[in-house]
Design a protein around this ligand. Sequence first.
Ligand code: MRU
Length: 351
Amino acid sequence: MSDQTLFTLIREGDTITILDQTRLPFETVTRTLDCIEDVETAIKTMQVRGAPLIGITAAYGVAMALGEAACDSLVVDAVDTMLATRPTAVNLKHAMRRMHQRLLRSRLDQRQNAAWQEADAMFYEDVNANRAIGQHGVTLLKEIYERTGKPVRVMTHCNAGWLATVAWGTALAPVYLALEQNIPVEVWVSETRPRNQGLLTAWELSRAGIPHTLIADNAAGALIANGQVDCVLVGADRIAANGDTANKVGTYLKALAAHAAGVPFWVAAPINTFDTSCDTGKDIPIEERDGDEVRTVQGENGSAHIADTDMRVFNPAFDVTPASLITGFINERGIVLADKLEEHMEHAEVV
Ligand code: MRU
């Protein structure tokens, strides 16, 4: 990554400081969180967002909730509070299971320390996993560049860049690695209504000096069909055992368009985004968010209503792309084609 002057989350003693993503791309505001209630609000309101970052932030939230001697029920309450913040990204569930196991194994007077240590471990593991995803994924971009001799035209959706993780991102990690390796890449950035996470992606890419073009979500299908996209690269919030993938709402439409046009559709996500307890995408809970996200648009000077306040709204935050539309998965261990996923997962340990 070319720019590390900003961070998504940094620990300072027994507090964490986050970059408030609800204020981006207009202003860079940091917030210091020092109690589990602050962390709960930050995750629910999407000041921090993105599957990996949600899990790690919640782990710090648990650490903040524990006093010097934390009984089992305090641990369980803290874990449950964090689990209730957002339902779809399974990284949160894995992170909470890990905290629960580690803390209940620790002596009462050592639990607080153990909680900070475990959260720190997840923080550093995320950096390494994402860098590895980038290293594997960039080989796909390199292959396209060597074949076409032209800048690689990647389409992405939502934000699966460093803002959604501790560093590098998942879907954007190969793009950042391409920059390091002088492989020219141009990114189609889909706006991603209603929360406009595409603007976060555009902001990241601007700061890194990577050419990109913002499009309305509805422009994606024709671009793919007209041969203006070499591959689609997205992140994931939860991947079922059969490869069905939940990601930001709108991902499915891009996958349909890519499949129809024969354009590769890759999902980049660490192993802890897999959930083998879900057989298929039908088992993945899809978060429904407040209708005001659709009734309004957010701008630099606040929000503006575009629909009556009593307009009936359905606002699912995610959709599920069936494995049959996915070319393959890029994780920290390598690249696996969608039809080989089940075999691959037998050898991958999901914490
Ligand atoms: O609602 P969000 O902004 O948390 O949703 C984020 C996404 O859907 C991302 O694509 C996904 O979490 C992967 S982030 C590396």
